[in-house]
Write a protein that binds this ligand. Structure first.
Ligand code: ADP
Ligand code: MG
Length: 471
């Protein structure tokens, strides 16, 4: 350390002062936080009123500057009135430091903690590792979460946990459901809400996968004590995608102990998985039963209303101008999960942006052809014709006949319209299935029904109903 002297104070005195400041920081912020962020700060020099300190990484510098610099400045100022500013810079790395910084297992360790009291794992003797927690996605808030029948229980439970100040409503909260249905979104939303309502709480969010990597790393560095301390000192622990550690015995064991320690201290645990605790194969029985102790809330596949609601909310947020019928089309056709639904909307918008034309049904179908195929639940045109014929009380044969009376022509047009919206068939293919009609006839039908839907509410409702029945 090269601490230049300021006026009369000796190097020794500066070091003494710095030592005392470090002690104060340690007792004020707690050992875990101190070790994670502050331990490796080195005093570089003092120049008049400015103290310059160093840390090994840009990330640590930014984090400490944003969160602790003020307090550090106050403490320096209390020790020496002439000091009124602090600066923290990246310390040039030597070889040893570079080696210690390399992420193990090729994990991309870019992350931003979201809570001032966040906890990070510390490798034995190495640089504090702020990468323990995954970053929270700023878009994943409760405000941006659209609630429907399929997710209302999970949402209500997440809210309850997020709003509980001093109590632990259910422990653990276990959220489960298929991929892309909003589990991670809800967990991040809890994280944001707690950070806003109870900034003192130490919240730790990470995937089970990352938990495992950290644990293995701790084993390798013979640093499991530290690892345990880090995890057991948080107020709220969130582990995403717990199914990942099924079958990984030693990680499971460690997780089990962490889990019990936190439950014993009455600290909140939130877990997500892709299936219910009882269905977690490769998970020890005692762990499965623990996971089911609190509230188990499942997220069901989305229904049409929710999908449409999510699309509308995206469009509103982004102030995007788009024909509502396109949203309806997407909500009908992209049923797999919300992630794909969002992806589809983005693709359609990007395309329209690129070619400089408004989004149409045709362009949407063109751009999303592969996705629509994959999402096709193979509704056949025959099924559509049958349902429509039943609904309007006409004969199935009238779908193919040449009769042009409105009583049969209109339902036939409706069936064509539904065929276009619910299957991936081309216009000529649809025409062929309707008694060998020309594709221009089909086009005319689509246009006609689109127009009628605007003015004829009863017809519009009929069509909605039919769509729902066919799905
Ligand atoms: P999971 O973790 O269950 O696989 P995610 O939470 O990552 O799913 O959700 C996938 C995407 O869908 C995210 O972009 C998320 O914001 C979005 N999403 C899921 N459910 C909803 C919802 N109810 N309202 C708004 N967006 C949602
Ligand atoms: Mg997820």
């Amino acid at each position: 350390m090269t601490a230049q002297t300021n006026s009369k104070a000796s190097v020794m005195t500066r070091n003494e002062q710095w030592k005392q400041i470090r002690e104060k920081l340690r007792s004020e912020y707690g050992v875990a936080t101190f070790n994670s962020w502050l331990k490796n700060i080195e005093l570089e020099k003092i120049d008049g009123k400015l103290v310059t300190m160093t840390l090994p990484t840009r990330f640590l510098c930014d984090w400490v500057l944003n969160n602790y610099a003020n307090r550090i400045r106050q403490l320096w100022n209390a020790a020496d009135k002439s000091i009124t500013a602090v600066d923290i810079r990246v310390k040039p790395l030597d070889k040893k430091n570079i080696a210690a910084q390399k992420p193990t297992f090729g994990l991309a360790d870019v992350s931003a903690p979201f809570n001032g009291k966040a906890v990070a794992a510390v490798e034995a003797g190495a640089t504090p590792d702020p990468s323990l927690m995954a970053p929270l996605d700023p878009r994943f808030t409760f405000e941006n979460f659209v609630v429907g029948k399929s997710n209302e229980l999970a949402h209500a439970a997440a809210r309850r946990v997020a709003e509980a100040k001093d109590s632990v409503p259910f422990n653990p909260l276990y959220l489960y459901g298929g991929v892309g249905l909003g589990k991670t979104h809800l967990m991040h939303a809890i994280g944001h809400a707690i950070a806003a309502n109870s900034p003192d709480k130490r919240v730790l969010y990470l995937s089970a996968e990352k938990f495992m990597y950290r644990f293995i790393r701790a084993l390798r560095f013979k640093d499991t004590m530290n690892f345990k301390d880090q995890f057991r000192s948080v107020d709220v622990l969130m582990i995403d995608d717990v199914q990942f550690i099924a079958g990984k015995d030693s990680t499971q064991e460690e997780f089990f102990h962490t889990f019990n320690a936190l439950v014993d201290q009455n600290h909140q645990i939130i877990i997500s998985g892709d299936r219910s605790p009882t269905d977690l194969e490769g998970m020890e029985e005692r762990m499965r039963s623990r996971l089911g102790w609190g509230l188990v809330a499942d997220i069901h596949p989305t229904d049409y209303e929710l999908r449409l609601g999510i699309l509308q909310s995206k469009v509103e947020q982004g102030k995007i101008n788009i024909d509502p019928r396109i949203l309806e089309f997407l909500a009908h056709r992209i049923t797999s999960n919300v992630r794909e639904l969002e992806g589809a909307l983005n693709r359609v918008l990007a395309y329209s942006d690129l070619v400089g034309r408004a989004v149409t049904l045709e362009s949407t179908q063109e751009v999303l052809r592969d996705l629509l195929r994959a999402n096709d639940r193979r509704i056949t045109i025959e099924e559509i014709q049958k349902k429509v014929a039943e609904h309007f009380n006409i004969r199935m044969s009238d779908m193919h006949s040449a009769r042009r009376a409105r009583a049969v022509a209109r339902p036939r047009q409706v069936a064509m319209y539904l065929a276009k919206h619910l299957t991936s068939r081309s216009l000529p293919e649809i025409g062929r299935k309707f008694g060998g009609r020309d594709h221009t006839t089909v086009m005319h039908a689509l246009k006609k029904i689109d127009e009628l839907r605007q003015e004829d509410i009863a017809l519009s409702e009929d069509i909605d109903l039919l769509m729902r029945m066919l799905e």
